[in-house]
Every structure is written in C-alpha cells, then in structure tokens.
Ligand binder design. Structure first.
Ligand SMILES: [Zn+2]
Length: 385
C-alpha cells in the first residue's frame, strides 16, 4: 500500500511484511477522550485492520503515559493517588474506544512498567556524549545530533516557539541549549520516584515512548504515529534519542500522523477548554455513527468539528452508512473499495463506495462488498462492544 510519509512528505510504498510492528502514541490518562483522540485512534484502527487484511501479523502497541506532570497535578488537585487516577481513566478510555469499534491494541504498556529500561537508555546516551546531567536532571544535548530537526523540518526559531508552547521549557537555566530536552528529571518531594544513577527521579515523556517502542517491537518499528501535534517535539525527540547515537539501523521505517480537529476555530485542546468528549457524544449517537462520521474525513485532514454536522449525518444514515437517497452514481466494486484504502488509507472514498453498495440491495456483488467492507472499516454490528 502507499502512505504519506511524515519524514519525506511524499507518498511511499509501505511493504506488507509477514510480521509488522505499529506503535501509536497513546493517552495520558487524567481526563476523558475527546474527538481529537477518537479521530486519531479510529483511523489507526483502520490501518491495523487493513494491514491484517493484507496478511500481516501486526503487533499494535499503544502506550499509556501514566506518569507525567499533568497526571501528577490532577491527582494532587483531586487528592487521589496518580496510579488510581490513571487506572480509572485508562478503563474509561478503553470503554469509549470499544464503543467506537476500535480493536484493543496487542499491547498497552504503561510507562511505569519500563522505568529500569528507560534508565538504561539514558545511561547509554550519557555514555555516548549525547546527554548531560545537572543536579539530578539529565538533558539530551541537541548540539551532539547534527540531524536534529530531521523529522519536522522546522527551523530553530519554529522549534523554540513550539517547545515553549508545548511544555518543553526552553527557559530552563540548567540547559546548555534551550532546545535540549529532559530525559530524566528529579522528583519533587511529593512526587513518585525511581532510583537512578542521577538520584531519585522519573523519566521524561520522549524517552518513555522510544524505549517502549524499541523494547516491544525492535528496530526498526514499521510504522510509528499519532496526532500531528506530536511531530514536534515528541517524535522529533524520540528520533534523536534512538538515531542520534549511531546504531547502524533506523528507528522507524514509516512515520504517520493524523490531522488535528478544531472546535470554534481553534484546535481542540485541554488548555483552551474547547474539548468535546467522546463519552458525551456516545450518550446522543451510536458508536457506528460517530465512527463513520470520523472516517468521512481523510486521516491527514485538519478539520473543524461541529455537532450540527454529526447530528445531520446521524439523521440521514443507518449503521454508519448513508440511506438510499442522494448517493451519487459510481463504482460498487471490491477492487475500487480496496484500491481506495491502498491509496493513502482513503477511508472517505471507501465509505462512498459502501454507501453506493448499500443503496443496491438487489445486487449480489454489492451485498457481498457491503458485508466485507463494513467489516473492514469496523462498522459491522459485531464490532460494537
Ligand atoms: Zn509517544
């Protein structure tokens, strides 16, 4: 199949191998899943289903960032243990995704399960001269990595702006370069901690994902992805950690990112408070309707969520497919359906073909495609959990 490559910006062939590893960055479980999360995970779900349909045995890893600044802050505010908060929110997230027909990942590693391995990775970077310690914090030295910026293609100025906006703390006076990023941080007195050669602390977010990806899937990871707001700094930093030190093998074969979802003209984000939660939508619409609505946007599109659009779609669809009237003429062929998925996972085009098949119940081929296609896109009634 062909997919848009996040590193080169071009459509490239992605070979279906007998065994494939797909690592999708998961949630930080301190709040409910919103439409932006659902958009990402529903499209990656179609990717994994499609690779399996093509014969690959896919190990799908989606991590849980169960220790970080946000989760510790919220746990403190609510007076609960961060582990308890993480467990509760992870369970709610799994329920929301199940209702949207998302197949559970093969492995859902929690960051706290891999801390000794993360410490080893940081030690390796320090030994190679790619990291330095300052008073219990360890930073990655971007000056040691001549290719830093290779994934995002951003200028230093743009990286500085995003680092500031996305919690990269460029102002931290302990850093040699404002773009250096934390690999290990000392824990505050009321924070959880693990022992390390640099004292009691906890891992940085980026080292969590690259460590878990490499330990669970090996090098190279076939497909690594997430929302496009993860390109910088998260994935850029993961790549620097994993490839900055010469290892002879690339970290990732193919980078894949989903577009962002806006509400009221701005990207849906916790800090702006313009989130639409999946659990609220599920009280008003069934999972297949929401899933199909999300799949009617290409995975790389940036788009604006408007509940009026979802409501209108729900009124003219059944089981996620449009009702008979108004479906434009065109192919109902199996080849066209799978051809659409083969071309950069074009779920909207594949759904158009299924809509047409649904409008021709008298045609045996159309009925067969409908059965196979709804199953492939996760819209089959058996997908509801
Ligand atoms: Zn990640």
């Amino acid at each position: 199949m062909r997919l848009h490559d996040g590193r080169t910006g071009e459509l490239v062939d992605v070979e279906t191998r007998p065994r494939m590893g797909v690592y999708v960055c998961g949630i930080t479980p301190y709040d409910s899943a919103h439409v932006g999360h659902a958009f990402t995970y529903v499209h990656f779900d179609v990717l994994v289903r499609y690779l399996r349909r093509r014969g690959a045995e896919v190990t799908h890893v989606r991590n849980v960032t169960d220790v970080d600044d946000d989760i510790l802050r919220v746990a403190r505010e609510r007076g609960v243990d961060f582990r308890e908060l993480a467990a509760r929110e992870t369970e709610k997230f799994a329920r929301d995704m199940g209702a949207l027909g998302v197949v559970p990942p093969t492995v859902s590693p929690r960051a706290t399960e891999f801390v000794p391995e993360m410490v080893e990775e940081v030690e390796r970077l320090v030994a190679a001269g790619f990291a330095y310690e300052r008073g219990g914090n360890v930073y990655f030295r971007v000056a040691a990595d001549s290719g830093y910026g290779r994934l995002s293609g951003l200028s230093r100025q743009e990286m500085l702006r995003l680092a500031e906006e996305r919690g990269g703390h460029p102002e931290d006076p302990e850093k040699d370069d404002p773009l250096d990023f934390v690999l290990w941080q000392r824990s505050a007195p009321d924070e959880p901690w693990w022992d390390s050669p640099w004292g009691r602390g906890r891992p940085g977010w980026h080292i969590e994902c690259s460590t878990m990806a490499l330990r669970l899937l090996g090098r190279p990871v076939d497909i690594h992805g997430g929302g496009d707001d993860l390109i910088y700094p998260h994935h850029e930093c993961e790549l620097a950690q994993a490839e900055g030190v010469p290892s002879g093998a690339p970290f990732v074969r193919h980078w894949m990112h989903t577009g962002s979802v806006a509400q009221d003209g701005t990207k849906m984000s916790k800090s702006l408070g313009n989130l639409v939660f999946v659990s609220d939508l599920l009280e008003r619409y069934d999972g297949a309707t929401i899933r199909s609505f999300l799949l009617r946007r290409h995975y790389r599109d940036d788009w604006e969520f408007d509940e009026g659009d979802l409501e209108a779609f729900a009124a003219r669809s059944a089981g996620g497919l449009s009702r008979n009237s108004g479906v434009p003429a065109g192919s109902t062929g199996r080849e066209a359906f799978f051809g659409a998925l083969d071309r950069d996972l074009d779920a909207p085009a594949a759904l158009d073909i299924l809509d047409r098949a649904a409008s021709r119940p008298e045609d045996a081929d159309a009925r067969r495609l409908l059965e196979e296609g709804t199953d492939m896109l996760g819209l089959h009634p058996s997908d509801r959990r």
